[in-house]
Each structure stands twice: as C-alpha cells, then as structure tokens.
Design a protein around this ligand. Sequence first.
Ligand code: CP
Length: 316
Amino acid sequence: RKDLLDIASLHREEIELLLDQSTSFKEQFTTRSVNKVPALEGKSVLMLFYEDSTRTHSSFEVAAKRLSADVTNFDIAHSSITKGESVRETVETLQAMRTDYIVVRHGRAGLPGLIARQTTAAVINAGDGAHEHPTQALLDAFTIKEKFPDPTGKKVLIVGDILHSRVARSTSTLLQKLGVEVAYLGPGSLVPKHGPATIRRFTDYQAALAWSPDVVYLLRVQMERQDVQFFPSLREYHRLYGITNDRLAEIRQRGLYIMHPGPVNRGVELCDAVMDYERSLITNQVENGIVIRMAVLDWLTPGGEAPRAEPTFGRS
Ligand code: CP
C-alpha cells in the first residue's frame, strides 16, 4: 500500500498488522528504552500542515525521527502559498525535491487523496476537513485494545459534534471493524441521521448512559466549523452533554473510561477534574500516537504505485 488516506478502505488484517507493529514499537521504545531504529534511514518525510496541529504534527515528527528518517517541516505561513500558490504547484515543487512521505492536513475533504494521485511519495492523511483522520482512529483503537485486548462487543459512546468530526467518522468506522458497538450522543442538529444503521443515536445524556457504554469518548467542540444558529451556547452545551462534576461521579461509580482526541475545551466538553480521573485515557492517547505513526510510516511503501490520473486541484 502506498498511501493511508482513510479508514474505510483498510482491511481488518491491515488494521491488526498496524496495531501489532505498534505494540512491538511500544515494547521496544518504552520497556527496553530503545531511542532509534534504522527502518527509514535515508528516507525523507515532509510535514505539510495547512491547519494547526499540536499532537498529530509533533507525534509524526517524533515517530519519523525514531525511525531515522529526515523530517522537513513545510512552513505554510512563510511559503509562497501566502502569495497565492496552489496546492498543486506546491506539491509539484516539493515532488521535485524527492520526498518519500508527505504527511498532510488540510481543511478540504479529499485533498490528501488528490495529492496522492500526483506524487510517488507515500501520502498520509493527517486530517482533511470533516472527512477522515485515520491515524487518530488507529491510536484510539490501540488505546482501547490496551484496556480491552478483545474489544468485540464492548461499547463506545461518542459524544458531541459528530457532524463536523473527522475523528468521529474515522474512529467509529475502525471500532466497528473491530467488532465494537458504537453510539452517538449530541444535539440533534449535530448528530447526522444518515450513516450506518448499526450506530445508535441519542440526544439525551441519561438515555445514552443507560445503554451501558464501556468508554465515553468526548469530541472537541469545533467552533471553527459551526453554523452558530444551530449550536447551543457553550454553557448550555456543557450542561446538556459535558462531563460535569456530578456526571464524573457517576462515570467513576460505573468504572467507565474517558477519551478525548484533544485539544480539550475545559469547561465545555469536560470539567477540570476529568484530567485527574484514574480512568481517563487522554494522556495514553497522546503517547500512543507516536507508536501508531511509527507503524504507519514503517508499513507504507513510498513509490509503490505510479501516479494515476491527472487530479483537479482547487486553489489552496
Ligand atoms: N487530535 C488531534 O488531531 O490533535 P491536533 O489537532 O493537536 O493534531
């Protein structure tokens, strides 16, 4: 496989392979304190982030360096993109520099796929609009499997703005491939009615908790993607769907795990006390992001397929 663009097209065997390889990397780098392996020696990784990122960007960089690759951070703010250069021109220029991997985040759904068709480099989708965030889904599944080695039949409740969330799309698709039951909870305007019939939909918090989830997965409220007329106030959102101190007490009593992809809006999705909750897996998710991204880089084969059809790029 040359690229990782989505979860939908991944086979179960490929997912298992990536999760197993991540376990192996975690064992080497955590238990045996290995600092570096030569897997990607002589290879170059280009980080092309048109949208801001802390976790994905830094963990890809750490992952690539642990595999001995050279990393170039493309500085969008000081590039010719500010002079109107298109994504196509940018990628053609970077292709001429013979990069082996391009890790791309962009606000436009499908853009990593267009880049992948233009270049022999392995392209990894680091989040494209409200479409997909495949490495987030993989690290989420890995984190859940650390707690539930056989996650079949376990229940994950995804809470919040499902409609605009690439994390909800990728993570729910992947968890279902692993036999996990998934439900959505959020305001009616932000929980899409279309999509897999296998996913339960709730708009009421207590009804969703009565479904008996094992994991409550909170999504970041993405104000940058909201049509404000359909969104309750942040205070109202916290009251209806946030993990308040009272709800945390019930979650603790039920022994549920809490996850969040970050960045967290404290006081909106969750109260401060969640960060100290003994079953919060939020830090585990960040830590596991490194080994998942190592496994993905190690797995892909740059130059594995020739560029296909001429893509149609819009202006960036
Ligand atoms: N979860 C996630 O994608 O975080 P960043 O935006 O910080 O990369």
